[in-house]
Unconditional design. Sequence first.
Length: 123
Amino acid sequence: MIKTTKKDFKLFKEECQKWIEILGLKDWEVHFRHDMEFEEDRPRASIAADIEGRVAVIYLSEQWQEYPTTAYNIKKSAFHEVCELMMMPLNINARDRYVTESQLKESSHCVVMTLENVLFSKY
């Protein structure tokens, strides 16, 4: 097991905030925690969200198994969790047994429009 440090957590939060800004996910209230303990089925980082309230908590695990806590791995984990945040409405609606076609389409377009607004003009 490899413990993550306060310095790792600071980098993780900064990197998450950078990608939240880049991807235009400003309609979310995002909190960060550094207290998730590693278990066999737990990743290096994770996210929990209330889609209706648009509130999310992004966690950095206190312990990592196998992966070194390099700046690259911390940054990559932050990017991954912010991408999870962007996909959250689509994922939640897709899992709902009573979701309508229009709700799925709306969730999909939310992601597409974010990518269009952020990436299309730059590339």
